[in-house]
Write a protein that binds this ligand. Structure first.
Ligand SMILES: Cc1cc2nc3c(=O)[nH]c(=O)nc-3n(C[C@H](O)[C@H](O)[C@H](O)COP(=O)(O)OP(=O)(O)OC[C@H]3O[C@@H](n4cnc5c(N)ncnc54)[C@H](O)[C@@H]3O)c2cc1C
Length: 447
């Protein structure tokens, strides 16, 4: 059996490399940077090691938690603290929704998130039958009106995709809404006490997952992980492929590209130009995360922050700089414990199309975050520490037509024997979906 090369050591590439090694293949994993994990990454704030990228994973999808468990990593779940929406000049309770579509209009009214006119429109629900792939914003807006889109769907989609509700495909990003909103009555069963939690994380940080995967690969004679090894070209040969890095060329029988859309498009230009063209059309949003540590005993800190909320989301219509803040100390017991008298939280800035607003020095992102935190919560004490992590081109945008684009792309890749693609650009940006795409890519290659 010939060797396999995997390009990119994010969670998708690490998963693909492990699956290939499990199948008895010699594997070479090539990573452009000096570390594994991609968007799963640790940073240090006030001496505490925390996630400065992804911090949680869906528990309802099995791939992420199953992988962590298989690697012997302890899982944890968020505390019951719930998020707020900072809108119309107050922090308001987030009502029950499915990706921003309200499932109880009295609960929505109580939350105070909508104006009287917005609520009136939401109550006059129109059951819309929209044809073809539509945006989440158009789907929800047709039923409940624009204000529900602006004040609920936008901040929720902003959290996951850093994207715009009126561009993101309902079929790709919120397929459950298509069925739900086609019904005359939108109701969901009440939450059941003792039901499995929706989210999970690795205790001590999601960044531990790629490190454990990498350690698992290193334990095998058949696998090699190479850093500072950006792949610059991919060419077909009669017996497989040649992969080029600045250090030289490597031959392989199988190649898995686990890189974001832009590098994958460049590498596919020779073996699969039709797939490359489809990938070039996938846009990405840039975001920045600022992680802060505040001393709980400082004046006003506990009153402003330690209130039982797990953070807040901000609708773009409210015109603030931050789009969300996660009170990590309130959401994760392990963060509060690690903090020892410090409250660690993070703010998130940047949505699709707002790249210019992030092109400022780190201090400006810190100042903008502190100003918004002060207005939202009344916090005035200075932080003990602040760390900025930028994710340029961090999140692929699943615009209307995404699923058809991916089907065309996959068909073009499948015409090249021995080649596969996986990662966040294809079938879901979340960690479990990304792991699943890597597992399916390898299964397809080996079949
Ligand atoms: C700020 C942020 C927060 C997030 N939070 C969550 C969350 O809480 N929960 C959740 O489920 N998801 C979250 N996500 C999404 C999720 O983390 C990502 O979609 C997922 O981790 C992507 O994994 P990947 O392996 O596809 O890509 P990446 O993590 O982007 O990995 C790709 C790797 O390929 C490497 N690479 C690129 N080009 C080359 C090349 N030419 N040669 C070699 N290597 C190359 C890169 O350096 C990188 O290491 C978040 C994303 C961001 C940006």
């Amino acid at each position: 059996m010939g060797r396999a090369i995997v390009v990119g050591a994010g969670i998708a590439g690490l998963t693909a490399a492990r699956a290939l090694a499990d199948a008895g293949r010699d594997v070479l994993l090539l990573e452009a940077t000096d570390r594994p994990g991609g968007k799963l990454r640790s940073g240090e704030v006030a001496g505490i090691t925390v996630d400065v990228g992804a911090e949680a994973m869906l528990h309802r999808r099995p791939e992420g938690t199953a992988l962590a468990t298989d690697l012997g990593l302890p899982l944890t779940h968020p505390t019951p603290a719930s998020s707020r929406v900072w809108t119309r000049d107050a922090l308001r309770r987030l009502p029950r929704t499915v990706m921003g579509a309200p499932v109880d209009l009295d609960d929505l009214a109580d939350s105070g998130i909508l104006s009287a006119e917005g609520l009136e429109r939401a109550r006059h629900q129109a059951v819309a039958h929209l044809d073809g792939d539509v945006s989440v914003g158009d789907l929800v807006g047709a039923r409940y009106g624009d204000e529900v889109v602006d004040r609920l769907v936008e901040p929720l989609l902003g959290g996951v995709y850093a994207g715009q509700a009126r561009r993101i495909s309902a079929r790709s990003a919120a397929p459950q809404l298509l069925d739900l909103l086609a019904r005359p009555e939108v109701t969901l069963p009440a939450p059941v006490t003792g039901a499995p939690p929706v989210f999970a994380a690795v205790a001590g940080g999601m960044w531990r997952l790629p490190l454990a995967l990498e350690a698992d690969l290193r334990d095998r004679d058949s696998a090699e992980v190479r850093y500072d090894a950006p792949v610059t070209a991919l060419r077909r040969t009669p017996s497989g492929f040649v992969v080029t890095t600045p250090a030289g060329a490597e031959a392989a029988e199988l190649v898995v590209l686990a890189t974001p859309a832009a590098p994958s498009a460049r590498l596919l230009a020779d073996p699969a130009p039709d797939a490359a063209a489809e990938l070039e059309a996938i846009a990405y949003a840039s975001v920045a995360l600022v992680t802060f540590a505040f001393r709980r005993a400082d004046p006003g800190v506990a009153e402003a922050l330690d209130t039982g909320a797990s953070g807040f989301l901000v609708p773009p219509v409210d015109g603030r700089r931050v789009k969300a803040s996660t009170f990590s100390f309130a959401k994760w017991d392990w963060v509060r414990t690690a903090g020892e008298g410090l409250l660690v939280l993070r703010t998130s800035l940047g949505r699709f199309g707002e790249e210019a607003s992030l092109q400022v020095p780190d201090e400006a992102l810190v100042r903008a975050s502190l100003a918004d935190l002060a207005t939202a919560t009344g916090l005035t004490a200075p932080p003990v520490d602040a760390v900025v992590q930028r994710w340029g081109g961090g999140l692929p945008q699943y615009w209307v037509g995404h699923a058809d684009r991916i089907a065309r792309l996959r068909a073009a890749v499948a015409r090249v024997p021995g080649l596969a693609v996986c990662g966040a650009a294809y079938d879901g940006v979340g960690i479990p979906a990304t792991i699943g795409s890597a597992q399916r890519a390898v299964a397809g290659l080996l079949a």
